[in-house]
Design a protein around this ligand. Structure first.
Ligand code: HEM
Length: 102
């Protein structure tokens, strides 16, 4: 969950929210939907913001007294923000489907 920042330019990538996520709200979204894994969606949004702030702080990305909410979280600059590439392979194109999908 902590560390690995900068490791994406090496062969020993360390996958953590701090090293990988391009945008901080992804952390909120991930925890909000799926964590804790044995009891997903039992935390309030405020608790999830607090946990997100804690994890971001452990990664050295926000100060210990940072307040996370829908306004402040998108403003956190994630180190891997500009390192993703657009996947333009024609055979890998995702097709949005909401009903009667293949
Ligand atoms: C409130 C407590 C928890 C928080 C805030 C939390 C947060 C997270 C986050 C942010 C990730 C993604 C890490 C990444 O992208 O590198 C993650 C992954 C994961 N967590 Fe949790 N977690 C919590 C509790 C738990 C518990 C109790 C379990 C097990 C019972 C668990 C099992 C896992 C597993 C297996 C993954 C990897 C899932 C995958 O890669 O598909 N977590 N967690």
């Amino acid at each position: 969950m902590v560390g690995g920042i900068g490791s994406f330019t090496t062969n020993a990538r360390v996958l953590t929210p701090g090293s990988m996520y391009p945008y901080a709200p992804i952390l909120f979204d991930y925890i909000r939907r799926s964590m804790p894994m044995d009891r997903p969606q039992t935390l309030t949004a405020n608790e999830v913001y607090a946990l997100s702030a804690y994890i971001l702080n452990l990664n050295g990305l926000v100060p210990a007294d940072a307040v996370m909410d829908a306004n402040s979280m998108p403003k956190v600059q994630m180190p891997n923000r500009n390192a993703f590439m657009v996947d333009d392979r024609p055979d890998a194109k995702a097709v949005r489907c909401m009903t009667d999908c293949k």
